[in-house]
Design a binder for this molecule. Sequence first.
Ligand code: CTP
Length: 424
Amino acid sequence: MSPLNIVVGITGGIAAYKAVGVVRALVLAGHDVHVVPTEGALRFVGRPTLEAISRNPVHTDLYEGVAEVRHVAIGQAADLIVIAPATANTIAKLATGLADDLLGNTVLASEAPVVIAPAMHTEMWRHPATRANIATLRSRGVTVVGPAVGQLTGSDSGPGRMAEPEVIVAAALDRVAASASAAAHHPTGDLGGRRVVVSAGGTREPLDPVRFLGNRSSGKQGIAIAEAARSRGAEVILIAANLEVADPEGCDLRRVSTALELRDEVVAAAQGADVVVMAAAVADYRPVSVSDAKIKKDTSDAGLTLELVRNPDILAGLGSEPHPGTLLVGFAAETEPDDEHLVALGRAKREAKGADLLVVNRVGWNEGFASDENAVVVIGANGDVVTRAHGTKLSVAHDILDVVVSELTTTARAATTPKEPEPT
Ligand code: CTP
C-alpha cells in the first residue's frame, strides 16, 4: 500500500495511552500520521510523546494557526481518519455532527473513511443513546472496531475495552483498501445518467394477522447492488421487501411486503428504467384467503392443510414483453450442489423468464442467505457463463454491475434517449 496521510484522533479516555501504539504502528508502516488529540486526551497522554512518536507537530486548538485554516487543511488532506479511543461523548458528537474542537472540525471537513475504536464502561456502551449513535455512524459508513470484552479500568469487566492497537490498525488499513477497490471499479461513474431498479429482500404472504409464509432472504445482496449502482452514478430505486434496513444513502426506497405489492412497485418503476435487477426472493404462492382473525388450532389432533394460489412471476412478466432499452437481470437461488447442473438450471431459468442476464447463486441451510459473502455465476443472453464472482456481497455487486455496464455499452441501450417521466 502506498503511504497514506492519516489523522489519528485521540479522545479523553484511559485507553488513550494505547493509542500511542496505533500511531507508532502506522508510522512504522510508512504512513504520514497527524495526531489530533482532544483536550481530554492530553490529560492521559502528553503532547511530547505524541509528537515524538508521530514525527509531526500535534495541535488541539481550533484557534491556533487560524491563517492556515488548520481543521480544513488537515481534514481535506487525510486519506483516513482513525479515532482511538472514541469515548461515548465523542461518538455522540460525531453522530450529531458537532464540531466544538479541532477533531470534530477535522472530521466534518474530510471525505476520508472514518474508523473508530470505542472504549468506555460496559453500561455506557450498552446505553440506548450510545447504541443509537453507533447505529447512526455505521449507517453513514463509519467502521466501528471493537470494543473488546475484558477487564476494564476498574475492577469491572465486560464489553467496553478498546480493541488492541494491531487490530485497529489492520481494520483501518483494510477499510482504505476496500474503498480503493470500490473506486477502481467505477473510476468514471459508469452508470451515471442511468436509472437502475433493484428489488431486494423476501416477500411475506399473510395467513392471518400474526402469521405469514416467508423465506430466508436477508436482502444483503440486493442492497449491495443498490449501493454499488448508486456509487457508480446511477439513480437507484430500491424496492425492499420486509427489510429492516436504514435507507441506503441516495436511493429512492420503496417498502413492500407481499409479492403483489412488489409486482406493482416493480412494474411501475420499470417504466423508463435502464436496468431492472430482480434480487428479491418472491413467494411463488400465497394463501387463497387471509383470515381476519388469528387461526385457532383444531381441538382434534388433525393436521392443517393450507390452500395456496400462484403468485404472478414478476420477472417473467417483464421478460415476456418487449423491453427495448431495459436490461433485465434475474437471480436464481438454487440448492443444486453440482456446478455444471447449477449452471444448467440457471440457463433454463434465464430462458424461461426472458431475462437478459441471470445471476445464479447456490443457497442452502448454511449458504447464501445471511452471510456477508457470496459466490455467483452470471449467465448471458446466449446462455454463456459471462462471469463468475465471489467475495463480499459488495464486491460481487460490483462484478455483476461490470457485466451490466458492458451489456449497456455493447447494445447501446437507450444511452442517449431522454427518459419518460414516471407516472405519479
Ligand atoms: N421471481 C419473480 N416472481 C416470482 C418468483 C420469482 O419475479 N413469483 C424472480 C426472482 O426475483 C428471481 C427469479 O425470478 O429474479 C428467480 O427466482 P427463483 O426463486 O430462483 O425461481 P422461481 O421462479 O421461484 O423458480 P423455482 O422456485 O421453481 O426454482
